[in-house]
Write a protein that binds this ligand. Structure first.
Ligand SMILES: [Cu+2]
Length: 582
């Protein structure tokens, strides 16, 4: 028997209060210290123990110039071994922060020095790569803003506002417990019931009339997908994971899966009160209250805001795209789940039910016709029911009070294991469209945890998420891909419906390169942008073109923290090519 590791500490007494993130403007060659440590975090009425970089949640924002290099001395005063992964950066493999592959984990009390490069402009972030389901949820994330070398790379804006989008699961005024021994909530990932926007459960922003504010958005949640909207103001999408988009476009919403980024310019054309929102098909959440004051922003930028610019470097990529769209994929990866019958009773008759749709039951194992999920066994108790009035049931023999008929022996399913109230956060008085969770119009995204009880019980032992190479049959760690720096590789990601729990997955490739989305379900991507993570919706097939540039041993994984922890990852090798840049 493995000894049970000690529980993670939860007492915030005596800890420094979590600060707002500092802005660290770093020049080429600069060095700075980054310390992982415990903080006390106030969330409305309660104070909880969380983790921060340099005492803040999020950690400090690093502002650096494209092409520069900085040294980061990381000290780990956290709860468990740590590494820092610099998400989205095409950096030197030795500093990628993957435990046991690119470095020895930093023990508690230990340190490690990273040298990180910033070859590409845009928005990036950093987070741990050990028990991410716990450490990232506890507050370990921060942004990196890489300022482009090219002066007019971005359109003009009055101000930058960086927002991390996150959620946190509270139960009885405490952070819902974590097991130190294993990851839980591995089925759907751990959804929170409060939203933390840049670490704030109740964020307020102000803007001036006529101001163009650049929102730099990063989804740092374990599993929640955000759909960002700003009713009453105009939003212009100008960038994504790694730099600007092929063509700027006015948008009414921006969908961000875990670890994805978006850069959006907002014109607040008149004074008033607005709400930045997260809108699912069934409800709206407030991300931030925005007050637009009477004061006029200067200089006026509305004229330039109306212009939709194009990125020539991505226009050039577009020229070569048809050939790639027609080409057969070099690699095909299936995304699937295997789930044990975790709710199965030991003895006696069982009924099979869908945890997402408890009205779907069967006396045979199978799949839910509504969502494709594996039906889980539930205990069945023998009972008595009226054949005329099936709603009349009893655990005792007797007669129906409505018609007097003798109750007949029947099988009564116990409460299906999963269904209980959703852990959805309160909607802060926003428009609540109410109604039930709408499968079918959910766009292939699980917006909420609709099977909390089952989800909580799932661990890597009973729920196995898999990436399967459909050519070799190898799964997860057994996948053995080899590329050469300079390659371009077409990868097909197939989110198969023939899976014990079909759901969306944000697929992430580490800094061996960057990729373009070629097509989703065969439809060519209308607006290109360099990416490191792509959301593959339930049942969807996504083709990506991976531009391989950096040698080393790199990871590919689902960025739902709990899916990665339950095995949905592998590593691939990139050999140094002839004439490689470095
Ligand atoms: Cu996943």
């Amino acid at each position: 028997m493995q000894p049970t590791p000690p529980a993670f500490p939860t007492d915030p007494s005596g800890l420094p209060e979590a600060a707002r993130p500092a802005l660290l403007e770093l020049a080429d060659g600069d060095a700075f210290d980054l310390r992982v440590g415990a903080v006390a975090k106030r969330l409305g009425e309660v104070t909880v123990r969380m983790l921060g970089y340099n005492g803040s949640i999020p950690g400090p924002t690093l502002k650096v110039r494209q092409g520069s290099e900085v040294t980061v001395h990381v000290v780990n005063d956290g709860d468990l071994e740590a590494t820092v992964h610099w998400h989205g950066l095409r950096l030197d493999n030795a500093y990628d922060g993957v435990p046991h592959e690119t470095q020895v984990p930093i023990p508690v009390g230990g340190d490690f020095t990273y040298r990180i490069r910033f070859p590409d402009p845009g928005l990036y972030w950093y987070h741990p790569h050990i028990r991410e389901d716990y450490t990232q949820e506890m507050g370990l994330y921060g942004n990196i803003l890489v300022v482009p070398s090219e002066p007019d790379y971005w359109p003009p804006a009055h101000r930058d506002v960086l927002l991390t989008l996150d959620d946190l699961l509270l139960e009885d005024g405490k952070i819902a417990p974590f097991s130190p021994a294993e990851t839980t909530y591995t089925a759907m990932g751990r959804f929170g019931n409060i939203l933390l926007i840049s670490g704030d459960p109740d964020l307020s922003l102000t803007a001036r009339a006529g101001e163009v504010v650049r929102l730099w958005l990063t989804n740092t949640a374990n599993t929640r997908v955000f759909n960002v909207q700003l009713p009453g103001a105009r939003m212009k999408l100008i960038g994504g994971d790694s730099g600007r988009v092929e063509h700027e476009e006015f948008v009414s919403e921006v969908i961000l899966a875990p670890s994805e980024r978006a850069v959006v310019d907002v014109l607040f054309d008149r004074p008033g009160r607005l709400e930045l929102q997260h809108r699912t098909p069934s409800r709206a959440y407030r991300l931030a209250a925005i007050t637009v004051t009477q004061e006029q922003a200067a200089p006026p930028l509305a004229g330039q805001f109306a212009v939709l610019r194009r990125a020539p470097e991505l226009g050039a990529e577009r020229q070569a795209l048809d050939a790639w769209l027609d080409a057969a994929p070099d690699k095909t990866l299936a995304l699937i789940a295997e789930m044990d019958d975790i709710a199965a009773p030991g003895q006696g008759p069982v009924l099979y039910a869908c945890p997402m749709h408890p009205e779907v039951t069967s006396d045979q194992p199978g799949r839910c016709p509504q969502c494709g999920m594996k039906l889980l066994a539930t205990a069945v108790a023998t009972g008595y029911a009226c054949p005329m009035h099936p709603e009349v049931i009893s655990d005792q023999p007797g007669r129906c009070p409505q018609c007097g008929m003798k109750l007949l022996v029947t099988a009564l399913a116990t409460q299906p294991a999963g269904r209980e109230p959703s852990t959805a956060p309160p909607s802060h008085g926003s428009h609540n469209h109410g109604g039930d969770h709408g499968h079918g119009d959910d766009g292939g995204i699980e917006w909420e945890d609709d099977m909390v009880a089952v989800n909580r019980l799932t661990t890597p032992a009973n729920m196995r998420w898999k990436l399967v190479d459909r050519t070799t049959g190898a799964a997860n760690a057994a996948i053995d891909w080899r590329f050469t720096a300079g390659d371009r590789v077409k990868i097909r990601l197939v989110n198969e419906m023939d899976s014990d729990h079909p759901m969306h997955h944000p697929f992430h490739l580490h800094g061996a390169g960057r990729f373009l989305v070629l097509a989703r379900d065969g439809a060519p991507e209308p607006n290109l942008v360099w990416k490191d993570t792509v959301l593959v919706r339930t049942g969807q097939t996504v083709d990506i073109l991976f531009d391989v540039t950096n040698p080393g041993l790199w990871m590919a994984h689902c960025h739902i923290a709990e899916h990665m922890q339950s095995g949905m990852m592998f590593s691939f090798t990139v050999d140094r090519g002839e004439g490689a840049a470095r």
